[in-house]
Design a protein around this ligand. Structure first.
Ligand SMILES: Cc1ncc(COP(=O)(O)O)c(C=O)c1O
Length: 344
């Protein structure tokens, strides 16, 4: 049998479990573009009830959910107030400017957690300036090392959003990591925003899928663009069934991923030349600065790959290791050892 490859590049690397495959096999299906797929409808009902939002749209990816949110909250020429490392600015191939004609007003903030005062600075006078029409919050924050957005800061941003009548979107690709790590339930996050999206295909362990949640009218408008952009799918119940299964079985276990990330941080802390980028308890994302090893991150990762382990390489000086459903406690111990051997 081939050796188990420890893929810690991302929590998107999970493969569906046998039980999830069984749920997929037994899924009731229909045409989702007509809202006739029972499994998709069940998933939407489950998600809207959990988060206390009126309606939802099940889509293929977090990128599509984010881009639909941008589209329905903004007009061309508008500005989105966001932190400078947010996913749609860094990692969505310029889709916001391309699809919605927006630009970003970027805030440099520790681990993505910007404050009301930072956002206020971007409120432009009327006249020859772009209009700020969306506040963007990422929770947990990917480039911020899986940081949970502090609720008090979100409260202040929400007050600002209400006063200025600027909607607030939460990119909650990993909101369940935030929920499990903080103990703050879904409704508490969701009532502080106008729309929220999250991914089934990350920590929740599904092969495909994300969801956008918000008011009925907003989701109806998002459905229009979803279909227009070619996102409409038919018997998507086979994917939604995995999501339903994950909401029932894969949420609480995220605590194991967090414990494994913590163990991994501790094990790598003593490796010469390797420094944690963020000095707090991780959720499931661990960034390591390897600049003092004298090797590039690409080189180290290549060596690790030969030994059956892979991280992602955000840049030449950094590695990112992610814990998830397919990474056990033993795997993180092996991964830490392989890293130690590979930087030598
Ligand atoms: C914070 C955040 N938002 C959105 C996405 C996009 O998700 P997808 O890869 O499904 O398009 C990611 C993916 O890593 C992410 O980390």
């Amino acid at each position: 049998m081939s050796r188990h490859f420890i893929d810690m590049r991302s929590d998107t690397a999970t493969h569906p479990t046998q039980a999830m495959r069984q749920a997929i096999a037994e899924a009731q299906v229909g045409d989702d573009t007509l809202r006739e797929d029972p499994s998709v409808n069940e998933l939407i009902e489950k998600a809207t009830a959990l988060f206390g939002k009126e309606d939802g749209l099940f889509v293929s990816s977090g990128t599509l959910a984010n881009q639909l949110a941008i589209k329905v909250h903004t007009n061309p020429g508008d500005e989105i107030i966001a932190d400078s490392h947010c996913h749609p600015f860094r990692n969505e191939l310029g889709a916001g400017p391309f699809l919605s004609g927006i630009q970003f007003a970027l805030i440099s903030a520790k681990r993505g957690a910007y404050a009301r005062e930072d956002a206020e600075k971007w409120l432009r006078p009327t006249g020859g300036f772009p209009k700020s029409t969306l506040l963007w919050v990422e929770n947990t924050h990917n480039q911020g090392g899986g940081h949970v957005f502090p609720l008090d800061k979100l409260d202040e941003l929400r007050a600002f959003s209400t006063e200025q009548n600027i909607p607030l979107h939460i990119d909650g690709a990993r909101i369940f990591n935030a929920i499990v790590a903080s103990g703050i339930p879904p409704t508490e996050w969701a009532r502080r925003c106008d729309s929220i999206c999250f991914c089934f295909s990350k920590g929740l362990g599904c092969p495909v899928g994300s969801i956008l949640l918000g008011e009925k009218a907003l989701i109806q408008e998002a459905r229009r663009y979803w279909k227009m952009w070619g996102g409409g799918w038919r018997q998507a119940g086979v994917l939604a069934a995995a999501g339903v299964y994950a909401l029932d079985h894969h949420v609480e276990r995220l605590a194991d991923d967090h414990a494994n990330a913590q163990l991994f941080s501790e094990l790598t802390a003593g490796i010469p030349g390797v420094r944690p980028v963020h000095n707090t308890t991780p959720t499931n994302l661990v960034f390591l600065d390897i600049s003092e090893t004298g090797k590039t991150a690409h080189r180290i990762n290549e060596t690790m790959r030969e030994k059956g382990v892979s991280f992602s390489v955000p840049n030449a000086k950094m590695l990112r290791a992610v814990t998830h459903l397919d990474v056990s406690r033993e795997d993180v111990q092996t991964a830490a050892q392989v890293l130690a051997d590979s930087v030598r």
